[in-house]
Design a protein around this ligand. Structure first.
Ligand code: ZN
Length: 240
């Protein structure tokens, strides 16, 4: 079985469709979303409906929570607040209700899924180094956990100690735990603009990141046509 793990879609429909088509072509039969379906880009409704109608397991991201209308915009920076208000205006009550009811943590097959971290999922902490990953591992009861949130694909392992692994693929050792960030479909921030997702091949116990070019020009045109902040279009091609 091959399972596609993807998240931080952020309303980028062109990137999402490219990832889903590639995963299908590579023989994925299960799809799991690590959250942040909406926010930043211009297709929140289409992306939400694409994921919701497929019935795939999804966990809640901070942007999903914000878009569902539970927080005030007052403390946010102006670009984030403008984009978030625009997103809220696109979504109907039914969309917001679905986002609000998403679970923070799920177990799927033999692994766990969370948007940020398992120690305090509701705090939306960022995991950028092995010390951040250590806190998560104390609360990780499956050997494998997938997450998102930083928009940077990363692999942390814990055997006798916690390490960050290099490379775009890992073979899972039975006596280790793994905490793997699937990267971002719709707004990568590791300097590579291409859409990112991961495939977990159960039979060979391997997880591999895939990077895909997509029709970024169309995504940028939609952002500008929607009147969203220009920097949201620019950052896409810089991968930051
Ligand atoms: Zn995100």
């Amino acid at each position: 079985m091959r399972i596609a793990l993807f998240g931080d879609i952020h309303a980028n429909l062109e990137a999402l469709e490219t990832v889903l088509a590639d995963a299908e072509e590579r023989g994925c039969t299960s799809f799991v979303c690590v959250g942040d379906i909406v926010g930043y880009n211009a297709d929140p409704v289409a992306c939400l409906e694409r994921v919701r109608s497929a019935g795939w397991p999804v966990v809640k991201g901070n942007h999903d929570e914000d878009a569902s209308g539970v927080h005030s915009l007052e403390t946010m920076n102006p670009v984030a607040a403008t984009a978030l208000q625009w997103t809220r205006d696109q979504l109907n009550d039914d969309h917001k209700d679905w986002l609000r009811k998403l679970r923070m943590v799920r177990q799927v097959e033999n692994f766990t899924v969370v948007h940020s971290t398992l120690d305090q999922p509701q705090s939306w902490n960022y995991v950028t180094n092995k010390f951040d990953a250590m806190s998560n591992f104390s609360y990780q009861f499956t050997s494998l956990c997938f997450h998102g949130h930083t928009h940077v694909p990363r692999i942390f392992s814990r055997g006798t100690r916690v390490k960050e692994l290099d490379g775009d693929s890992v073979t899972l050792e039975p006596d280790q735990k793994y905490f793997i960030n699937t990267g971002s479909v719709g707004q990568p921030r590791d300097g590579d603009w291409r859409a990112c997702y991961a495939i977990y091949e159960v039979a060979t116990a391997t997880v591999t990141f895939h990077r895909l070019e997509y029709d970024i020009k169309t995504t940028q045109e939609k952002i500008r046509a929607a009147g969203l902040p220009e920097m949201l279009a620019e950052r896409l091609e810089e991968g930051r």
